[in-house]
Design a protein around this ligand. Structure first.
Ligand SMILES: C[S@@+](CC[C@H](N)C(=O)[O-])C[C@H]1O[C@@H](n2cnc3c(N)ncnc32)[C@H](O)[C@@H]1O
Ligand SMILES: Nc1nc2[nH]cc(C(=O)O)c2c(=O)[nH]1
Ligand code: SF4
Ligand SMILES: [Mg+2]
Length: 255
């Protein structure tokens, strides 16, 4: 590095790895899983190691959108979140893409100092030691309809990394009988973790159209089918929940 280039580097920035951000929005309500209905701000990171056939957030996955993902420091992110909340702390929901591929430890530490706590959603393909600093870790391993294959060892590593202090739950999207059997398999492998079943949205938005219409009747009939399965199987440990934000706002982005 030339002396000139060295002087151009801000020493504060050297301590703070940047995080690739697709969008920051809220406050809204958490629409899924363990914290459903709770006010939250979403921080959506850009980039994913998976390509689920029915992914509803392609704008944070498809590399065609890479130019929209901005590298941001933890300081800049917290400033933006505090503007959105009026400075009042709440639970920040970290999603993506796969947020586990981003360096989030510094952000979590900084946010906690300011009174915020952090929940994170990931498919469970990559374990990080900072999972232990989360208030809630939602692991959403992908069923056969996604076209992805679960690495069970990696999933177990995520559970272990979160440890006992973090509240860890499973959330599985269900489209069909095969997916349902997969969810039973996950429950058998992790019998002590709460498990949420979420009916799949079979009309997710194409990556460039966040206003694409949605088949609400179709989602509701999948919800009824799923409830019938769970109750007739006497699977009383499971919790069945829709994507509340999808029922309210359809495929609209940023809510
Ligand atoms: C968009 S993902 C981002 C976080 C992470 N990559 C993951 O999959 O867990 C957030 C949640 O949305 C769920 N999801 C994605 N597409 C969906 C769809 N078409 N219908 C229902 N849930 C969906 C995922 O399974 C996951 O639980
Ligand atoms: N309101 C709301 N709830 C959500 N829960 C999970 C979401 C996600 O896309 O990760 C999501 C989202 O995008 N909006
Ligand atoms: S893992 Fe999550 S973000 Fe990645 S493609 Fe699948 S649903 Fe989309
Ligand atoms: Mg979503």
């Amino acid at each position: 590095m030339t002396p000139l280039a060295m002087t151009a580097v801000n020493p504060v920035m050297l301590d703070e790895p940047t995080i690739r951000i697709s969008e920051i929005f809220g406050p809204t309500i958490q629409g899924e899983g363990a914290l459903i209905g709770k006010p939250t701000v979403f921080l959506r990171t850009g980039g994913c190691d998976y390509r689920c056939s029915w992914c509803d957030t392609l704008h944070a996955v498809d590399s065609a959108h890479r130019h929209e993902w901005l590298p941001m420091t933890p300081q800049a992110i917290m400033m933006q979140i505090e503007v959105l909340t009026g400075g009042k702390p709440l639970t920040v929901s970290l999603s993506g893409g796969n947020p586990a591929i981003q360096p989030l430890a510094c952000l979590i530490e900084l946010g906690q100092k300011r009174g915020f706590d952090f929940a994170l959603e990931t498919q469970g393909s990559l374990a990080k030691d900072w999972f232990a600093e989360l208030s809630v870790l939602t692991l959403s391993p992908k069923p056969p309809s996604s076209g992805m294959t679960t690495d069970w060892q990696r999933l177990a590593e995520c559970v272990d990394a979160a440890g006992r202090k973090t509240r860890t739950v499973m959330k599985i999207v269900i489209f069909n009988d095969e997916d349902y059997a997969y969810a039973r398999d996950v429950a058998g492998r992790h019998p002590n973790l709460p498990l949420y079943l979420q009916p799949g949205n079979h009309t997710p938005p194409p990556s460039r159209d966040d206003n694409a219409s949605i088949d609400l009747d179709g989602i509701m009939s999948r919800m009824r089918w799923l409830i019938d399965k769970v109750t007739s199987d006497r699977w009383f440990e499971a919790t069945v929940l829709p994507q509340l934000h999808t029922l309210i706002w359809g495929n609209l982005r940023g809510v």
